[in-house]
Each structure stands twice: as C-alpha cells, then as structure tokens.
Ligand binder design. Structure first.
Ligand code: GLC
Length: 568
C-alpha cells in the first residue's frame, strides 16, 4: 500500500487553510434585535481561533432589503444596517488579522437587488445610461423566450415592467435582477468594487453562482442537448471564461487572494477550465455533484425516494479528486447555508449515532485532498431542525415553493415532509452557544427558531467542558491535518470501492502513507486488506475507543467509526 512518488506540491496558503463559514444572521446577536451581527463575530473571534481554522468565509454582509437574506445587494460598498457599520467591519477585519485569520467575503454579482441604484436608474427609461446594466426584453418583440427562475412562484425569469414596457431577467427572485456582464462598463464597476474590498485587506471572494454570469443575449430556445435541464445551460454561457480571465488579469492577479466559485451546472469534464492554474481564472470551485446525490434529477430542492448509496458517494469524491490530481485544486464541503446539516444528511443524527457520525464526517473532510469548508455549528454537530409548519420557515425558497404548490393544488403535506430534510432553513438556525433559552445567540426572540437540542448537549459551553465532545474531537482532527502535509497534498487512493458500509482510502506522499477508515453504517462492519497483513500501523485518531485492528489485515469497524492509521 505504501507508495513512493514525488508530487509537485505547489504549496499555497489557501490549500493548507481550513475554512469556517459564518452565516452572520445566525451566529451571534449583540444588539438585541434577534439578528446576528458583526460585533457578535468580533465577540467570538477567540473561539473561532481556538478551533484551529484559518479562513473565515462570511455570507453577504452588504446593504440589502433581504429578499434572499443578503444575496440581493442594494449597495456593494456598505454594511447591512442590521449587521452593524463599516467601523464594525474594519474592527472585525483588524481583529482577524491580529489573530492570523483571513477573511473571504461573498461576491454576489450575477444579480443585484432591484433596490440597487443601478437598477432604479435602469428601469427609468430605455435611454438611461444604466439601462444596459441589466437584461431587458422590449415588449414589442413579444413574450420573451422561456427562462427558468429559482424562487419565482411561476418559475418565470422574465418580469414585465410597465414603466418602460419591457421585461427584465431575474434567474433568482423578482427582486434579484441579473446583471449584464456583456456590458464592459458593468464589468468595470464590479472590478472596482472588488478592489475596494481587497484594498481594505480582504483575502478573497466566494463567488455566488459565478457560473451563470454569461448569457447568450439573443435568448435562444433551450438547445436540445440540455434535455430540459436549465442549470447546465445557464452554466454554459458563451463568454464565461473570457470574463473570468479578464477579472483575473485586471483584479485578482494584483493581490494575494483566494477565489472559490459557486458553480452549479458545471460538469466534471469542464472543471479544469475554471481552476487549472495555467488558465488564470479561479483557484477553486464548489461543484454540486454531492449535493444532487439524494435529490430528484434536475431538482435541487426535492428529495429522491431512494436512499443514497455509499458507493456513489465514494465515486463522486474519487472522480473529483482525480480531476485535480495534477492540476487545479478541489474544495470539500458537506453542507452550507443552502443545504441541510451534514450530520443529519450524510450521517445519522439519532441519539445513538450522532456523536460518531458528526466526528466521522469531520474526519472525512479533514483527510481528503482539497480545501475543507466547515459551516458554523458543524464543529459541535448541529442538526436539522425539521420544522413542523410552514409558518416556521423564513426562507424565500421554501415559502415561494409552497405558494406554487398551493396555487397548483399540489400536496402541501408532502412538501412539508420534503422540507424537513431538504430546506435551507435547516442550516440557518442560530448558533448554539449554550443551553439557555435562545442558546446564547440572543437575548431577544431570534429571527428563526433555535433548535431545542441546544439543551441536549449540542452547544459550545457543554462541549468545551467535555474532553470527549464533538467540538474537542474537531480541534484534535484539525491539528492532525495541519501537522501532516500528506493529509493535505498526498495522493488519494480509494480502497474497497464496492463496500456499502465503509469508505476506505489511503493518502500518501513520498514515503508516508495513511489509511483512513470511515463507517457510514449503523451496523458493525468488517473489512480486510491482504496488503495490510503484518504491516505495522499506528492508530493516530479514532472517534471510538475500540482499537479494532486484527493482526491479519482485518479491521472491525463500529457504527460510524472513523480511524486514521499511519502505515509503516
Ligand atoms: C447562491 C447562494 C444562495 C442564493 C443564490 C442567489 O446559490 O448560495 O444562498 O440564494 O445564490 O443569490
């Protein structure tokens, strides 16, 4: 199993760093309005530092009417009032720098808010200088060709605007008009605002739906080859790579920053076009193959009936690792603000298996090649809230899809069941700091309900006090990754591809080799490797006390157990 191979490491801080994503609305409220704020993040910087992570990715904190919780920006250079002021932001950034933490902001430039000054101007008249900052379809040309929209009750991305007798394009909500990247003036505006944040000292951007920015402005019918699937069509705009290259040349290459694009619709075969370093576009992107594994085909938010299979999970990760084996770099995530909590989705959040599941999934992210992204609360094993009624939801996505179903006379009960597993709000409940009424998040009623299991040990205070907590396992596992370059850069090799219970792989670099065993099963499992028979191996970490190696190359693996061995 041991391998000797010299890899060209091409070391970079953003490859070695561990990212901690914060949804500011839900992290820590200090102003007492039930909404998280920047001062709340400042208050918790020592905690974040204590995790061992290196980079914070902040979901949007810019001025916004909050139709889509900050993903509808009305001013790219100011801070959302509910979150604080620019002075708070500067203090946050300074506090991070002092602690050696880097900051990645969210760049949302496929669309703006309809309340952005550009759009307010654009809709005034057809001759307005900002007209061409957005996509307009004059009504005299007839009804525009079908485009699909997330968050639109009719999934219609064209909205008629009486003032100029024209339709504007919005691939997300009606309050999120798409920006027209085809206009060079608009692109310069975007490059300028990126410089504004970089000049402040920001270390990078996570680029929201960056794969959608280029459009064929003739708006042809969906070509046959897309087979009705509009997301890959949106991700295949004719000028996408020209724009990314230009953005790199004009802005990114001038700073020491990292970029990670959100790339729905991008096929694995196209991956290197974005992140091959020779092309100078982006450093990394988030693919959606894992996020689609338990979903209906082409339906980002509908659970499929069948359970997902571990063999498929392995294949996705092995295939993607292969793509970046020699060029580019991957990004590893199991959840974020758009998808349910990882322990509930990929593990098992029942009382019996929660601890092992949460820590096993942490072990997975921290032993794979590619930058690991953790989402606030993942370090303490936060779970899905599974709301019982629609009125608990705050997300436009759930609310408007429910409205569509209501209008069509569909099955709302089934939809509510679906949302218990699929909704974005599952991942947006307040951070669980302690076991008090609002979990230490706020003294007021939070904007969205707190998960009651903050009183059952899923909170920071309880886990700080317990050396065997999910939180303290996370810290140990983070240190293990950071002290073993092989776990970051080493080659990945899948073992036992057909096994439906255990995910086994090695990571190796020059003379070093590690074996990782992860159970995704609620039953015990036994795995055997002929090559390991008689090979000395040292167990570096496990989330379960049992040392389960049997000398002839056989391992007994407990439910959701994780083990990392060093092989000699
Ligand atoms: C991205 C964001 C999501 C947002 C959407 C529109 O997918 O992650 O939260 O709703 O873009 O901006």
């Amino acid at each position: 199993m041991q391998k000797e191979k010299h890899l060209e490491l091409n070391r970079q801080w953003w490859k070695e760093g561990i990212v901690y994503q914060i949804y500011p609305r839900s992290f820590q409220d200090t102003s007492g309005n039930g909404i998280g704020d920047l001062r709340g993040i400042i208050k918790r910087l020592d905690y974040i530092k204590s995790l061992g992570v290196d980079i914070i990715w902040l979901n949007p904190v810019y001025e916004s009417p909050n139709d889509d919780n900050g993903y509808d920006i009305s001013d790219y250079r100011s801070i959302m009032k509910e979150f604080g002021t620019m002075a708070d932001f500067d203090e946050l950034l300074a506090g991070m720098k002092e602690r050696g933490l880097r900051l990645v902001m969210d760049l949302v430039v496929n669309h703006s808010s309809d309340e952005h000054r550009w759009f307010q101007e654009s809709r005034k008249s057809r001759a307005n200088p900002y007209r061409d900052y957005y996509h307009w379809w004059p009504a005299e040309k007839g009804i525009p060709p079908k485009r699909w929209s997330f968050f639109d009750v009719e999934s219609n991305a064209w909205k008629y605007d009486q003032q100029t007798d024209a339709y504007y394009l919005h691939c997300f909500s009606v309050k999120q008009p798409d920006l027209k990247w085809e206009n060079p003036k608009l692109r310069e505006e975007i490059y300028d605002l990126m410089r504004f944040w970089f000049d402040k000292g920001v270390d990078g951007f996570r680029m929201d739906v960056i794969s959608f920015i280029s459009k064929d402005t003739d708006f042809p019918k969906l070509p046959e080859k897309y087979n009705g699937e509009f997301i890959p069509f949106y991700a295949n705009g004719p000028k996408l790579h020209d724009y990314l290259l230009e953005m790199n040349q004009k802005v990114l290459s001038q700073y020491d920053v990292m970029t990670v694009g959100e790339a729905p619709g991008v096929h694995i075969d196209e991956a290197l076009q974005f992140v091959n370093e020779d092309r100078n576009e982006l450093n990394m992107f988030f693919h959606f193959d894992l996020m689609s594994l338990d979903r209906e085909t082409g339906e980002t938010f509908m659970m499929q009936k069948e359970l997902w299979k571990l063999t498929e999970f392995k294949k996705i990760h092995s295939d993607w690792d292969g793509v970046f084996a020699n060029k580019g770099w991957g990004s590893m995530y199991l959840n974020n603000h758009d998808f349910p909590r990882s322990v509930s989705r990929w593990g098992n959040d029942s009382k019996t298996h929660w601890y092992n599941s949460a820590t096993m999934l942490q072990t997975f992210l921290l032993t794979m090649r590619g930058t690991p992204y953790f989402y606030y609360g993942e370090e303490i094993g936060m779970t899905n809230i599974k709301f019982e009624t629609l009125s608990d939801y705050r997300d436009i996505n759930t609310i408007n899809r429910a409205e569509t179903i209501r209008q069509q006379g569909g099955d709302l009960e089934a939809f509510i069941e679906n949302e218990k597993d699929a909704s974005r709000d599952n991942a947006r409940t307040p951070m669980q700091w302690d076991s008090s009424e609002n979990a230490g998040f706020s003294v007021e009623n939070p904007w969205i309900s707190v998960n009651g299991n903050c009183r059952e040990g899923i909170n920071v205070a309880a886990q700080e006090a317990d050396t065997h907590s999910v939180l303290n396992y996370f810290r140990k596992m983070v240190q293990l990754r950071k002290s073993h370059l092989t776990l970051i850069y080493g080659e990945y090799q899948l073992l036992l591809p057909e096994n439906e219970q255990v995910y086994a792989y090695t990571r190796s670099l020059e003379k070093e080799c590690y074996l990782i065993l992860l159970s995704f099963s609620e039953d015990r499992a036994t795995v055997h490797f002929d090559e390991m028979s008689g090979t000395p191996a040292k167990l570096l970490i496990s989330n379960d006390d049992a040392n389960t190696r049997v000398d002839n190359g056989t391992f007994e693996v407990r439910p959701y157990q994780a083990m990392v061995y060093k092989l000699f």
